[in-house]
Design a protein around this ligand. Structure first.
Ligand SMILES: *[C@@H]1O[C@H](CO)[C@@H](O)[C@H](O)[C@H]1NC(C)=O
Ligand SMILES: *[C@@H]1O[C@H](CO)[C@@H](O)[C@H](O)[C@H]1NC(C)=O
Ligand SMILES: *[C@@H]1O[C@H](CO)[C@@H](O)[C@H](O)[C@H]1NC(C)=O
Ligand SMILES: *[C@@H]1O[C@H](CO)[C@@H](O)[C@H](O)[C@H]1NC(C)=O
Ligand SMILES: *[C@@H]1O[C@H](CO)[C@@H](O)[C@H](O)[C@H]1NC(C)=O
Ligand SMILES: [Ca+2]
Length: 373
């Protein structure tokens, strides 16, 4: 008798402990309302130094784009007409004109107007398209992210085009193109080393060779690693050789490959799996294997053509980021760990999909409450 009740007692105690240790997390992740925030990342004078995740929801992306456009127009105007910019009155400079922005944020946080459950129900069949089987795979999510990223990139290119297209014919000539000020002022930037602004680069982007870049060609010009234009990829490989070729023989030898290129390929392939840095010794054999695979004519040197198969790994492309983001989302929302997402899994973890627009403060707040509850 005593033994049985002791067991019952211990079981109940363990159960209560279990519930106590697990419930606060459940409680906070399901019920705590997390305010969605729009991001503001556009800077007129500097290249973006890190890659912003693209918004998952096209509606959010659209709001962010419209807001960014307004910011851009204002900055562009001040940049091109400095004579109109007045000295700000005391205190004025720190008050952004966020009226519409605030309204947009209120809209996103009005759960009747912008109900994340309903948004996910609406978006799911658009993502689950290849094949439409009720499961979102990494491949489908990567494609979805790619579509969003391409829209975003093209939008920025359009704005960039508005700056350079002086005669407003929708085409950019080499004469019309001027490198942005940060390239001229900063000769240490990557762009400078890569000969980013050279005529060769321009010509390689001009797919039909008419001497002018239309929006597609100009987009390729600005984002060569995402281009499918073979002339441009060839140019990119050529630049890579130029940069790595320390002994100036016009090709990349094993040493130049091992100390520079191979790490980039390896980091690309192993991204997220293992962040350890094995010694040079243990990496020499796989590096030699890859080198001889790439060295098609067996002259123990890599030409620009022979770098073509790995060029996408040397210059992280939008596809790389799209996949990285898809992997992350799946790792966070795939409750049954089968490697793909159902609509229910997505609805259970809505904030994973809207995480790109959280503010850091909210995250910190959240961690804090979790730990000290
Ligand atoms: C969001 O929509 C779902 C399904 O239509 C509904 O069950 C839920 O109550 C809605 N949430 C809010 C906060 O209105
Ligand atoms: C970059 O410019 C600075 C001065 O603006 C100059 O001193 C330096 O030598 C330049 N470096 C190169 C690599 O041209
Ligand atoms: C680029 O193409 C133009 C013709 O469209 C040619 O005149 C020019 O020499 C080319 N420049 C380079 C660097 O290849
Ligand atoms: C731009 O020109 C290329 C050919 O160089 C063509 O394939 C593409 O469709 C054109 N883009 C637009 C938007 O007209
Ligand atoms: C990374 O890989 C090495 C062996 O290849 C292994 O010893 C190490 O534990 C791994 N690290 C992680 C974080 O998985
Ligand atoms: Ca053209």
């Amino acid at each position: 008798m005593g033994k049985v009740s002791a067991i019952v007692y211990i079981t109940v105690a363990l159960l209560i402990l279990f519930l106590i240790s697990h419930s606060p997390k459940k409680h906070s992740s399901h019920n705590r309302h997390r305010r969605l925030k729009l991001r503001s990342s556009y800077t007129f004078n500097k290249p973006t130094t890190h890659h912003e995740p693209v918004a998952f929801d096209p509606l959010v992306a659209d709001i962010e784009r419209r807001r960014e456009d307004r910011q851009w127009e204002k900055q562009y105007f001040e940049h091109s007409h400095p004579e109109f910019t007045h000295e700000p009155a005391p205190g004025e400079e720190s008050q952004p004109e966020w009226e519409d922005f605030m309204n947009a944020e209120d809209y996103l946080n009005d759960e009747e107007k912008f109900n994340v459950t309903n948004r996910l129900v609406l978006l799911f069949p658009k993502i689950d398209a290849d094949p439409a089987d009720g499961f979102v795979t990494e491949h489908e999510l990567t494609e979805w992210n790619m579509q969003q990223a391409e829209k975003e990139v093209l939008h920025r290119t359009q704005r960039e085009m508005d700056i350079h297209d002086k005669n407003h014919d929708g085409l950019i000539s080499f004469a019309e193109y001027e490198p942005p000020s940060w390239v001229k002022n900063d000769n240490t930037s990557v762009g400078f080393d890569m000969g980013w602004w050279k005529e060769e680069h321009f010509n390689a982007s001009d797919a039909d060779g008419d001497g002018l870049l239309n929006i597609t060609e100009f987009n390729d010009f600005l984002h060569p690693a995402d281009s499918k234009n073979p002339k441009l990829l060839q140019w990119l490989c050529q630049e890579e050789v130029r940069e790595r070729d320390t002994d100036k023989d016009g090709k990349v030898n094993f040493n130049e490959f091992f100390h520079g290129l191979f790490d980039l390929v390896r980091n690309y392939d192993e991204e997220g799996h293992n962040s350890s840095h094995p010694s040079d010794d243990s990496m020499e054999a796989p590096a030699k294997r890859l080198f001889s695979q790439l060295d098609k004519d067996g002259d123990r040197l890599l030409s620009a053509e022979e770098l073509l198969p790995i060029i996408g790994k040397l210059h992280p492309s939008e596809r790389y980021y799209a996949k990285q983001q898809a992997d992350y989302i799946i790792s966070q929302a795939d409750s049954d760990k089968d490697g793909r997402l159902t609509l229910l899994e997505m609805i259970d973890n809505p904030y994973v999909f809207y995480s790109a627009i959280f503010s850091d403060e909210d995250e910190d707040d959240y961690e804090y409450h979790d730990e000290f509850r």
